[in-house]
Ligand binder design. Structure first.
Ligand code: NI
Length: 243
């Protein structure tokens, strides 16, 4: 259940049963010619909600303002510095711990969040935190590999676009018709976790916003299946984490 749809009495009662909560983290940034600005937040929030339905868990409001400095050359991207994002998460974890929450399951949808999230956990040893990105799970990866192979790429991936197509809307744009430039293994290794360069350089290197991802391979049926497969795997992982 969404935390924001509960009363404090209901939260208090739930704390007595299982002092655990989901916290989704996404981003507000360009996702290529046919990807929505809110893609990462929409994916993390929806999958956390579906997993929580299965596991009978609470989901805190998603954090959609996160670090995406490399995408600031594209209109619509809204970014926080990694240190500010880390401080926000750290204060939220500390407050939850004070109220008696013992387990926080961060469901992430944006690579750039991982390093600051890990630091905010280090600052809060009094509470158990598990971070997983929704694509971390084998059944999810099998689908991504089967449908898209290397064209999944790094940003504006067909899998995340498919999820927003299933949930929000389908966008078409001629720029997405042709595949993007293929990424080298060296590039993928060097830029994992969204370690990209300054905004002007990033827009110069990836002018339509896609980073090795052929977004147009997405379709809403894939999105619906990814949501349900990810939610199932995450609900299992959450139950194991809380037990
Ligand atoms: Ni994304």
């Amino acid at each position: 259940m969404r935390l924001e749809h509960m009363t404090w009495h209901e939260v208090d009662a739930k704390l007595g049963e299982n002092p655990s909560i989901f916290l989704p983290t996404g981003s507000t940034e360009q996702h290529g010619p046919i990807g929505l600005i809110g893609t990462d937040t929409i994916c993390a929030d929806t999958i956390a909600q579906r997993a929580a339905d299965i596991a009978d868990a609470i989901v805190a409001p998603a954090i959609g303002y996160t670090p995406a400095p490399f995408n600031m050359g594209f209109p619509g991207t809204m970014s926080l510095s990694p240190t500010l994002f880390q401080a926000v998460v750290s204060e939220l974890l500390s407050g939850l711990a004070t109220q008696g929450f013992r387990n926080v399951y961060i469901l992430n949808g944006h690579g750039g969040n991982l390093a600051p999230l890990r630091k905010s956990i280090e600052e809060n040893p009094q509470i158990n935190v598990r971070i997983r990105s929704w694509w971390d799970f084998d059944p999810v990866n099998q689908l991504r590999k089967k449908w898209y192979g290397d064209w999944e790429g790094m940003h504006a991936t067909p899998s995340e676009v498919a999820i927003t197509q299933a949930l929000v809307r389908i966008v078409t744009h001629h720029e997405a018709d042709t595949p993007p430039e293929k990424l080298s293994m060296e590039y993928i290794k060097a830029h994992a976790g969204d370690r990209h360069g300054p905004p002007d350089e990033h827009r110069r290197d990836f002018p339509d916003g896609r980073v090795g991802s052929h977004s147009a391979l997405a379709c809403p049926d894939h999105g619906a299946e990814l949501i349900s497969v990810a939610a199932k795997a995450i609900a299992e992982d959450y139950k194991e984490f809380c037990s």
